[in-house]
Design a binder for this molecule. Structure first.
Ligand SMILES: [Zn+2]
Ligand SMILES: [Zn+2]
Length: 426
């Protein structure tokens, strides 16, 4: 029996891996501009880290984690908890009072496999630890906004504030009162949630619930003075950056540790509406994980599978034009034993000068090697047979067009790395 990849786990094949590399390059470049540095974290942590950070009663911790049979260790379902654990373990906040960090990697959740939902998925996590400033919140949104603009993805930004441990309980009470007036017509999940985590009722997707919940009181009207001021500052900063947003009183997010600012970037490009980045402020989480009381934090995560999917759609729309770009600069077709030897040595010389070189190692015919060069999307092919070795000049063909104007598609060239490089470029 053939062994296949597990359900919910996906191979990223070479053509798609190229898209991932482009995306990661762009992300790294942009994050450098915003003064973020990378942190690389293990994918297995103590189970209690996630139970504490994400909350015992969340769907993630209750039913979606890949926990080893000894129950002590778990594959990370998200990145923030690990990142904070590492910052605290290595006392990074003592070295620098504000840490601006990002990490990219695989996360694991045992969700019911369905189209586009993977059990191993990839996330970019961006976190700022140690600052309470509303500028930080606005800047995180500005960063995401810039990233989507660079990727050519249409998004809209939705914003809410979840208050703080001081004002949220007041709202919670008010919300519970409202829920009790219509509890019987809410779905089973909502009835359960109204006991454990009533705010989650606000983002129920069941249509019958939606009809009821639309009339729920808005948390934005229950914010304490400090929270209201912070929320206003975030909005002012976004206005000053000309970033459009919509206030959404129903956006509560799944994780218990969010407070104050919470935001989502939504796109319509994926058929249905879908969030492509989400995050917010989590003052209090750092203390929950054993850090100094009152250490603030904010950040967001972006699922990369969806972004890659959007990039793929764009590519298909743009059509074959972009496809013409070469994967390698030169394919050297050596014919006969002596030709192959010369091709082999030249390939190493040119690679050490920085060129991307492809080669045949099996002594194939010229026709077969030309086919291979085509498959590998070589910009040029250099042919070296006995006659070429004797004259010291090989035949250089341009696979994508002409050589140096004049409509010539091939020309003779001295078999020396320097001379070849001058024509094939970098
Ligand atoms: Zn408050
Ligand atoms: Zn519901």
């Amino acid at each position: 029996m053939k062994i296949k990849a597990l359900k919910g786990f996906k191979d990223i094949l070479p053509e798609e891996a190229k898209r991932w590399q482009q995306l990661e390059e762009l992300i790294r470049e942009l994050l450098k501009q915003f003064n973020f540095t990378e942190i690389r974290l293990p994918i297995i942590e103590e189970t209690s880290l996630f139970a504490r950070a994400i909350g015992d009663t969340t769907d993630i911790v209750e039913k979606e984690m890949f926990t080893f049979p000894d129950k002590q260790q778990t594959l990370r379902p998200e990145g923030t908890a690990s990142l904070i654990r590492a910052v605290l373990e290595h006392a990074l906040l003592l070295q620098k009072p504000v840490q601006r960090l990002f990490t990219i990697g695989a996360m694991f959740r045992r969700e019911r496999p369905q189209k586009g939902r993977l059990r191993q998925f990839h996330q970019l996590d961006i976190e700022v630890l140690g600052s309470e400033s509303a500028f930080v919140d606005a800047e995180l949104m500005a960063l995401a906004d810039r990233l989507f603009a660079r990727l050519g993805i249409d998004v809209s930004l939705e914003l809410n504030s979840l208050g703080c441990p001081k004002c949220r309980p007041v709202y919670r009470k008010e919300l519970l009162q409202f829920i009790n007036t219509c509890k019987d017509s809410l779905c089973k999940d909502c009835q359960r949630r109204s006991e454990s985590n009533p705010l989650r009722v606000l983002d129920c997707k069941v249509p019958a619930c939606r009809g009821q919940i639309d009339a729920a009181p808005s948390i934005q009207e229950y914010l304490c003075e400090e929270c209201a001021e912070h929320f206003q500052s975030v909005q002012n900063a976004l206005h000053n950056l000309n970033i459009d947003f919509r206030l959404n009183k129903f956006m509560v997010r799944g994780l218990d540790y969010y407070c104050r600012t919470t935001f989502e970037f939504i796109t319509n490009n994926l058929g249905a509406q879908a969030a492509v980045a989400a995050g917010g402020r989590y003052d209090g989480l750092i203390e929950t994980l054993g850090g100094k009381a009152g250490t603030p934090g904010a950040g967001f995560a972006m699922g990369l599978e969806r972004i890659v999917l959007l990039l793929e759609q764009q590519e298909q729309k743009e059509g074959a034009e972009e496809q013409a770009e070469a994967d390698i600069d030169l394919f050297i077709a050596g014919l006969g034993e002596a030709g192959q030897e010369r091709a082999f040595v030249l390939s190493q010389e040119l690679r050490s000068m920085g060129s991307r070189i492809g080669l045949d190692y099996e002594g194939r015919s010229l026709k077969a090697q030309m086919k291979l060069a085509d498959k590998e999307r070589a910009a040029f092919v250099l042919i070296i047979g006995d006659a070429e070795l004797e004259s010291g000049k090989g035949v250089l063909k341009n696979m994508l067009g002409e050589i140096g104007g004049g409509g010539k598609e091939q020309e003779e060239i001295v078999l020396e790395a320097e001379a070849i490089r001058r024509i094939i470029g970098q």
